[in-house]
Design a protein around this ligand. Structure first.
Ligand SMILES: CC(C)(COP(=O)(O)OP(=O)(O)OC[C@H]1O[C@@H](n2cnc3c(N)ncnc32)[C@H](O)[C@@H]1OP(=O)(O)O)[C@@H](O)C(=O)NCCC(=O)NCCS
Length: 247
């Protein structure tokens, strides 16, 4: 069996270093995507994006997408360029203490229906971000994450939490744990395309969730728990204090 160092040495070189892609401008001639609320006529395009990106995971159904929009319309967004949907993101609000470190994708999203959306919660939970693979590396994911951070601030939520896929883990699973894999991404040794991107968006790595999404074969079902804290979050004031201030 190869050692960790041998496996990393023999791995194909990443197509781009972090410096190569850092704050890259949109391609020449390409305009910035417009981020807008998801509409029913976008469902087919979102399903096509998921089908092309995750061959092992069944895409969402139109019924699930409709339920997500009905549960929390502000949390469902697409990136549109030249009239085409080239990316999508889906979020819900949860009472985080009810889920925490042992949750699964299925449990926290109500099997993709967002019936778990709780407007009284203080955590925006990121259930999905996907960008057309021909458009990656041009700031589309960044624009979707920026819109998500703005939503978090507009709703005065404490934080955004998500569990990010670890799509490079399968290739090294015989020589390292998912925890060591994730740490090596944080240290800059492994250019995992998802966790690296999320760290670039200001998220902090919190640990690995095992069996988060068993169908996700490239990640061996595991995911990296990540958090972004809203710096503008204003905790609700106890009623007595608020009354005193108003008097
Ligand atoms: C992850 C994903 C959404 C990123 O979208 P993207 O449009 O390619 O990302 P962007 O071009 O907006 O990159 C944004 C930032 O991340 C950085 N980044 C993106 N990919 C990177 C990589 N592979 N390595 C290092 N940094 C990366 C960019 O430098 C950029 O930094 P900046 O904001 O400081 O300029 C996209 O790769 C994707 O759809 N992946 C498949 C679906 C998936 O697995 N989604 C995650 C579900 S948990």
């Amino acid at each position: 069996m190869n050692t960790i160092e041998e496996t990393l040495r023999n791995a194909p070189p990443p197509t781009a270093t972090l410096a190569d892609v850092w704050r890259r401008q949109p391609q020449t001639g390409a305009s910035a995507p417009r981020i807008r609320a998801t509409r029913p006529e976008d469902f087919a395009a979102i399903i096509a994006l998921q089908r092309a990106t995750y061959p092992d995971i069944p895409p969402w159904t139109e019924a699930q997408l409709a339920a997500q929009v009905a549960a929390f319309p502000e949390g469902q967004m697409v990136a549109e360029l030249d009239g085409r949907v080239i990316g999508a993101s889906a979020s819900l609000v949860v009472a985080w203490d009810e889920y925490a470190v042992d949750h699964t994708w299925k449990g926290i999203t109500g099997d993709g229906t967002f019936r778990t959306h709780d407007p009284a919660g203080r955590t925006l939970y990121g259930a999905e971000v996907v960008v057309d693979r021909h458009r990656r590396g041009n700031g589309v994911g960044r624009a979707l994450y920026q819109a998500r951070r703005q939503l978090c601030q507009r709703l005065n939520l404490r934080r955004i939490i998500a569990a990010g896929r670890l799509p490079g883990y399968r290739d090294v699973k015989d020589v390292m744990s998912p925890e060591l894999y994730a740490m090596r991404v944080v240290w800059g040794d492994i250019p995992d395309p998802v966790l690296r991107f999320q760290l670039a968006q200001g998220f902090h790595y919190c640990g690995v969730i095992h069996n988060y999404l068993p169908e996700d074969a490239p990640s061996c079902g595991h995911a990296a728990l990540i958090v972004w804290l809203n710096p503008r979050y204003a905790a609700p004031r106890p009623a007595a204090l608020a009354r005193k201030a108003a008097a």
